[in-house]
Design a protein around this ligand. Structure first.
Ligand SMILES: C[S@@+](CC[C@H](N)C(=O)[O-])C[C@H]1O[C@@H](n2cnc3c(N)ncnc32)[C@H](O)[C@@H]1O
Length: 185
């Protein structure tokens, strides 16, 4: 039995997070292309089995870096297996988070939080921590799922981000999902 709290997506469901149907519905290059450039350092918080982390590593190129951070070692292991022996291995740093602390100290140009914020008990702490490592010109893209997260809950998330010093700059369209692009206010 998993020792993680129930709200966390189990490692056994990793397959549903990385497959051809999702790639078609949520093409990572299309979603992230407007924000990610070669040479950037980016953080994928709650990276899961690496659906977006791998695309991010392709987008930042040889001179860029991706910090792929997750609470569950099993998710990080799945990503590690996918990149083992490829050129992406050098670009992706796997990082194990604690439940209430991402624990990354390096400054970053872009943060992706895809389908993870609703799984984090202390959202205020999360946004504070992300604010402390995001560069002044950086962007944070939050995407939350349509069914698990209500409109009201998403509005509360944006409120917590605002109180932690973020300001919404756009509401990019990601089919059926709730999204907000944030910058440091
Ligand atoms: C639904 S999955 C989404 C994975 C990935 N972002 C994607 O879209 O494919 C949520 C992920 O967030 C991770 N997670 C949950 N709580 C977390 C926390 N407090 N800190 C870091 N990661 C967390 C889970 O382990 C899981 O891998």
């Amino acid at each position: 039995m998993s020792a993680e709290p129930k709200r966390v997506c189990p490692v056994e469901r990793a397959g549903s997070l990385d497959n051809r149907i999702r790639r078609w519905l949520q093409d990572p290059h299309r979603i992230l292309g407007p924000y990610v450039e070669e040479g950037m350092t980016v953080l994928d918080v709650g990276c899961g089995p690496g659906f977006f982390a791998i695309a991010l590593a392709q987008m930042v190129g040889e001179s860029g870096r991706v910090i792929a951070a997750d609470l569950q070692q099993g998710m990080l292991q799945k990503l590690e297996d996918k990149i083992a022996g490829t050129e992406l291995e050098q670009r992706i740093t796997l990082h194990k988070c604690e439940e209430n602390r991402i624990g990354v100290s390096q400054t970053v140009d872009f943060v992706l939080a895809f389908y993870v914020v609703h799984e984090i008990p202390n959202q205020a702490g999360l946004f504070q921590e992300l604010g402390s490592i995001l560069k002044p010109t950086g962007r944070l893209l939050v995407v939350e799922p349509p069914f698990h997260v209500s409109k009201a809950a998403f509005a509360e998330t944006i409120g917590r981000a605002r109180r932690a010093g973020f300001a919404p700059v756009a509401r990019p369209r990601v089919l059926f999902n709730k999204t907000v692009l944030l910058k440091k206010a």
